[in-house]
Write a protein that binds this ligand. Structure first.
Ligand code: FAD
Ligand code: NAP
Length: 355
């Protein structure tokens, strides 16, 4: 399948932070076989490659002297799974459903597609921007659910081994907002499709307090998956700045995970510290609270700043460069380190391959 490669392409519309970086070469991947073809092209011309989906978790620091591949593979298939396939995951065995989506499908449209067919499990992850293929990269999570809990397997092209591979859940090494694709396979593995283990039960997860409270206000006797998705969507729309109005990449920093001892020590000094139980012996601190305490909420530096309602969301107020974004985030990391002795980690992927 011929590659339709464009030259000197502006990535302004391809990243939700609206950074006007350019790539020397740009191609949309519409057919699976174009992935190895595009990699051959890079090898022949000795170009680096960068894969993007919806660009909602990217910081493009510089222009890119290589080939940007935009994932545009489409298609969703549903397999009403046989009992043996699924019984280890679902008590109701035969109600399990395997849904496979191509990597370029829009995430929220996949959530809606499933709900419209009575397939449940993705409802807490409604309205997360971006593509299906990027979802495993940071093990997307929201409102008490992480992707790994509904993940079955994925397929993709290993650029180093130059072959197609399937990876199961344990091979993906999922952890809090991370996976092998942010670690050992970073920049080396192109996810082409993802399979989810979903179900037709009406059991919903409303363990997240903000969600439980919003559902309680609706006085539903027994909330269904559709109610959860609609409520998550409404909360998100009321709280989060819309990237098409105020360009952003969602939370700019991960919530830091610290030892119980560190959390206890901080609580002595800061009795209002916001933290949640995490893995055994660890607490997750609300990064937004740390930023707010340090006075970063609503603070603007030139064309960039932290949102005045959501302290974790970095906004491009117009014409910002990737360098300005990094300068602000570095100032914040340094300040939080001095105040709380905590090293914040940037959540979006920073791409710094300059000419
Ligand atoms: P991109 O930004 O295009 O890419 C992100 C990274 O993944 C890059 O390193 C890229 O190279 C890599 N990548 C992309 N596609 C593939 C592929 N097919 N194969 C291999 N690597 C790939 N995230 C959450 O976890 N929870 C949230 O609740 C959440 N809310 C958000 C709200 C807003 C308003 C915004 C703007 C962002 C939010 N995010 C959230 C972050 C973001 O939406 C997710 O990380 C999303 O999965 C990114 O998808 P994308 O297609 O835009 O990825
Ligand atoms: P929030 O409800 O104001 O809570 C702030 C933080 O506290 C969240 O980051 C969340 O951690 C944590 N938290 C709250 N209640 C929790 C609980 N019961 N158990 C464990 N952790 C809890 O957060 P928000 O900003 O409005 O976001 C709501 C949800 O959407 C969160 O899950 C958040 O992760 C997700 N979100 C993510 C992004 C992104 O770009 N990554 C952007 C917007 C929203 P967790 O983040 O670990 O859930």
């Amino acid at each position: 399948m011929k590659l339709d490669i464009k030259r000197h392409h502006s990535l302004l519309a391809d990243n939700t932070l609206a950074l006007d970086a350019h790539s020397d070469f740009f191609v949309e991947i519409k057919h699976r076989e174009q992935i190895p073809e595009a990699m051959d092209y890079c090898r022949e011309l000795q170009l680096p490659h960068l894969l993007i989906g919806g660009g909602s978790n990217l910081v493009l620091v510089d222009d890119f002297a290589g080939l940007v591949m935009k994932m545009a593979l489409r298609g969703i298939t549903v397999k009403e799974s046989i009992e043996e396939d699924i019984e280890e995951h679902f008590e109701g065995g035969a109600e399990g459903v395997l849904v496979t989506a191509q990597a370029g499908e829009n995430w929220h449209q996949l959530v809606q597609y499933c709900l419209a067919r009575g397939i449940n499990g993705l409802e807490n992850l409604a309205l997360i921007p971006g593509t299906v293929g990027a979802a495993p990269v940071q093990n997307i999570g929201a409102y008490g659910v992480e992707l790994e809990s509904v993940f079955d397997s994925l397929q993709g092209w290993d650029c180093e081994l130059q072959q197609w591979r399937s990876l199961n859940r344990s091979q993906c090494q999922f952890s809090y907002r991370s996976s092998i694709f942010k670690q050992a396979l970073k920049g080396r593995f192109i996810i082409s499709q993802v399979t989810f283990r979903l179900h037709r039960h009406q059991q919903v997860n409303i363990s997240y307090r903000a969600l439980a409270e919003a559902l309680a206000q609706q006085e539903l006797s027994c909330p269904q998956a559709q109610d959860v998705a609609a409520t998550v969507t409404a909360i998100r729309q009321s709280k989060l700045p819309d990237p098409s109005v105020l360009p952003n990449v969602g939370s700019f920093f991960k919530n830091p995970v610290v030892s119980m001892a560190k959390a206890a020590q901080l609580r002595e000094e800061f009795p209002d510290l916001v933290s949640y139980p995490h893995t055994e012996g660890h607490q997750k601190l609300a990064a937004g609270w740390l930023l707010e305490q340090a006075g970063w909420k609503g603070r603007v530096m030139g064309a960039v700043g932290m949102h005045d309602q959501q302290s974790l969301v970095l906004i491009n107020y117009g014409g910002a460069t990737g360098r300005e974004v990094l300068a602000l985030s570095e100032a914040i990391v340094s300040d939080i380190s001095q105040r709380f002795a905590i090293e914040l980690e940037i959540e979006p992927q920073v791409h710094q391959l300059c000419k």
